[in-house]
Design a protein around this ligand. Structure first.
Ligand code: NBG
Length: 808
């Protein structure tokens, strides 16, 4: 690797200069935040030099450019990651130590931009890293929200949402590019005129706003490729500051235009947000799509002139879920209305350029917009969608018995709504799911009619994770051990990790694996002490479930297990529980009442269990507030049990399962999402699998023979007790009982089959934890999981996208 700094002296001299230029002070007199800002700006500057070289190389080689459109990018902190990717982390740490500073402390100053909700946004960020590592000319195209996902505080056990001011201290990685701003029109009406035999459409009377880009460098491991993430911010077109209003004391009125325009990029939508503010969401979707499409066409035109037929050869547009679904129609609009192409020619280009990843089968998450809203906001785009829909229907073979149903299922416009998933499929040449089972379900059910019509376009790309961030960077003690054993080629090529299997019989190595886990548990315990004032014991098993809160993810099942263990221990002091700390973390969408109640329940149970001297040396419940990339990186390395307990068939893939596996946790999970592939790779004997399978869930639901009351009545002693405790005051100390949870299970007939899987889950947990005292064997399974986890590197996933979808 060519390094940008050859010695720590060289680095230190430059760094001192940067600190001076930025703060006007000597390094010794600056605060850590000044030190961070100067260092990040310096590395960002260095990265931009490499970015320019990358651009030049791409241009000379005529590389295909991949534009990854995603309304979320959860990039996390960048400094440590970039130092690692540039191969200078140790050099910089040493140099700063010599200067009397502390790199870790400096790194902690970095804001953790919450520009995403969960797995989907983090996946997009892992993909950026891997595209840069693989030398792909890959560009992220997203939104720059002024307020990211809310900060979660816990008050009386409840989730309270607080605005996340991640930009308040500035963000040194980004550069604003006002020269690259794009005008975006909303509203207005479509007019047409004839040019020869061509009807030309245009918009009149639109309200125009500006999309202004901020670029963040994406530094690939090896330091050869630096790509770019471009995030768009909304601004008014010109300053309409009303001085008269201001002078009359109407300060808000004076700046109304700015406030209205900026509202579009003010907040990130939580993913279950429901109806409110939906118009704004649609504006966001159009803004980043239209701005991104404009930019990529400008670049193409600079390099290839008006050879539009060549677009699919030089450009791939990937749509991450349905939020960028307007990529197809918007590209049609520009090719036809501005570049003068006919429909068929433009359509051919669009469908060979655009591809789509589906991330969920949950019907409530498949976006739909009322036609009335959509057509008023985006009349020309709507008109094109209408024509796409018309042609789709026209081309339909109606002769088959299933044709009518198939047309209903695949139409873009139906029942007064625009169906974004169908639009995404129809505009694409490739549709992929994110784990084997998920793709199978898409083909067999969610998108089965498309799969019947166009089987070849469906393919699977099992998700992956950036192993450099989530292993090398997050778990330095374990990473060091691994590199001592097998060298450090695994940073570049995660499949190298498999060489660790040679150490599964090496007792002293296994002991060191255990020691590194212990060090990580101590590190997490210190964080928990600092953040929540709770003391947790690193000698206990760390049992971890960290992810968004959602009914199907069944955090409820997990906490019911804790209640059950607690009850049984109180009833019988000889009942043996392997001492365990039950760790939860995650946010619930602000409008998702049930998920928020589960958070409150977990904290209610924690309040009882943690304060009960009869049990609190063997069990503790710990809810870590405000789950985000930065604290996730402390949690995964400390985990010993990875809870992946969704109702089978519901979790498209999951990615925390992969991160936890790589860090040596054993999966306690259902046969769902990528858990299935974890089992395939590491062997069922090295995980703990329980519960109904997807076909069993489907069969049970279809049978109409599932009765929650029967299950509870068949086990009054344990299940019945827990159900009663939701409402009898046992856990009500912080903020009351949990009627809605009781109601969901008993009167809503337990949609997520929590009761059904309860015994199998608790039994499997008990069997798994009973093996914990045999530390060597536990460590062996942990090591085996790490060794087999290399396939889950997002480098592998991205190579599959590159070869099989983007052909880049
Ligand atoms: C989520 C799925 C996860 C999956 C991630 C990334 C959405 C809509 N879907 O199972 O629930 O791991 O996407 O693919 O956020």
């Amino acid at each position: 690797m060519d390094k940008i700094y050859q010695s720590k002296e060289e680095f230190a001299e430059q760094y001192r200069q940067h600190v001076r230029a930025l703060s006007g002070k000597e390094f010794e007199d600056t605060s850590d935040i000044d030190r961070f800002t100067a260092l990040a700006k310096m590395i960002a500057g260095d990265s931009r030099v490499i970015a320019a070289q990358t651009d030049e190389r791409n241009r000379v080689e005529g590389k295909k450019r991949v534009y990854y459109f995603s309304i979320e990018f959860l990039i996390g902190r960048l400094l440590d990651n970039y130092l690692l990717n540039l191969g200078i982390r140790d050099l910089v740490a040493d140099a700063i130590a010599d200067m009397g500073g502390d790199l870790d402390e400096i790194e902690r100053q970095e804001p953790d931009p919450a520009l995403g909700n969960g797995g989907l946004g983090r996946l997009a960020a892992c993909f950026l890293d891997s595209m840069a590592h693989e030398g792909i000319a890959g560009y992220g195209n997203g939104m720059r929200y002024r307020y990211g996902l809310f900060k979660q505080e816990i008050v009386d056990g409840r989730q309270v949402e607080v605005a996340d001011e991640w930009l308040s201290k500035g963000y040194p990685w980004e550069v604003k590019r006002p020269d690259k701003a794009v005008r975006i029109g909303f509203g207005g009406h479509v007019v047409s005129h004839q040019e020869g035999d061509r009807t030309v459409f245009s918009l009149e009377g639109t309200q125009v706003g500006l999309a202004v880009p901020y670029d963040i460098p994406i530094v690939g491991y090896g330091g050869k490729t630096v790509n770019k993430l471009r995030c768009w911010s909304a601004e008014p077109i010109d300053e309409h500051f009303d001085l008269d209003a201001f002078n009359a004391g109407d300060y808000t009125g004076a700046d109304r235009d700015r406030a209205n325009a900026e509202a579009i990029s003010a907040i990130l939508y939580p993913n279950d947000a429901g109806e409110h503010g939906r118009l704004l969401r649609l504006k966001q979707e159009y803004l980043f799509v239209a701005a991104g499409i404009r930019t990529l066409l400008d670049t193409f035109e600079r390099e290839h002139g008006d050879a539009w037929d060549e677009l699919p050869r030089y450009v791939a547009i990937h749509t991450n879920d349905t939020h960028p679904a307007m990529c197809g129609p918007e590209l049609m609009r520009i090719l036809m209305d501005e570049k003068g192409l006919g429909w068929d020619e433009a359509w051919n280009i669009v469908t060979n350029t655009v591809s789509y990843t589906n991330h969920t089968i949950l019907p409530e998450a498949l976006e739909k917009w009322p036609i009335s809203t959509f057509s008023a906001l985006l009349p020309r785009v709507y008109q094109i969608i209408d024509e796409i829909n018309r042609r789709w229907r026209e081309g339909f073979d109606m002769s088959q018995p299933e044709s009518a149903e198939r047309l209903r299922a695949t139409a873009v416009l139906w029942d007064g709504e625009v169906r974004m998933a169908n639009l995404s499929v129809i505009c694409s040449h490739s549709v992929n799911g994110v784990a084997k089972i998920h793709t199978d379900i898409l083909k067999a059910s969610t998108l089965k009619d498309f799969a019947a019509l166009k089987p070849a376009m469906f393919n699977n790309k099992t998700n992956g994770i950036c192993h450099r961030r989530f292993f090398a960077e997050s778990n330095p003690t374990y990473a060091k051990l691994v590199s001592e054993a097998i060298g450090d080629a695994w940073l570049d090529d995660a499949s190298e990790l498999e060489k660790l299997t040679a150490f599964e019989g090496d007792d002293s190595f296994l002991e060191r694996v255990g020691a590194s886990k212990r060090a990580n548990k101590i590190r997490l315990a210190e964080y928990v002490k600092r953040e929540c004032g709770l003391v947790i014991d690193p000698n206990t098993i760390f049992d971890v479930q960290v992810k968004r809160f959602h009914a199907y993810k069944r955090q409820l099942l997990n906490i019911m297990k804790v209640i059950d263990l607690y009850n049984r221990r109180l009833a019988d002091p000889n009942f043996k529980i392997q001492p365990t700390t039950f760790i939860f973390s995650g946010k619930a969408a602000s409008s998702y009442t049930f998920a928020k109640e589960v958070i409150r329940l977990i904290n209610g149970v924690a309040n009882v269990v943690n304060n009960d001297p009869r049990v609190n040396d063997i069990m503790k419940v710990c809810f870590i507030p405000n789950f985000r990339v930065s604290n996730a990186q402390l949690i995964y390395p400390a985990a010993e049990i990875s809870e992946q307990i969704s109702t089978a068939g519901k979790e498209a893939s999951g990615t925390s399962n992969m991160k936890l596996m790589m860090n040596g946790a054993i999966t306690l999970g259902t046969m769902d999402g990528a858990n299935i592939e974890i089992v395939d790779l590491a062997g069922r004997e090295n995980e703990a699998i329980f519960g109904l399978t997807t076909p069993e869930v489907e069969e049970l639901r279809a049978s109409g023979q599932y009765f929650a009351w029967d299950i509870v009545n068949s086990d009054r002693a344990r299940l019945g007790r827990i159900i009663d405790q939701f409402v009898d005051g046992t856990f009500a100390g912080l903020s009351g009982n949990f009627e809605s949870i009781h109601h969901e299970l008993m009167f809503n007939n337990d949609y997520d089959l929590v009761l059904k899987d309860f015994h199998s889950y608790v039994d499997t947990w008990e069997a798994l934890t009973a093996t914990y005292p045999n530390a060597q064997d536990w460590n062996r399974r942990a090591l085996h999981n790490t060794a087999m986890s290399g396939w889950f590197s997002s480098d592998r996933t991205i190579r599959e996208y590159r070869d099989e979808i983007w052909h880049a």
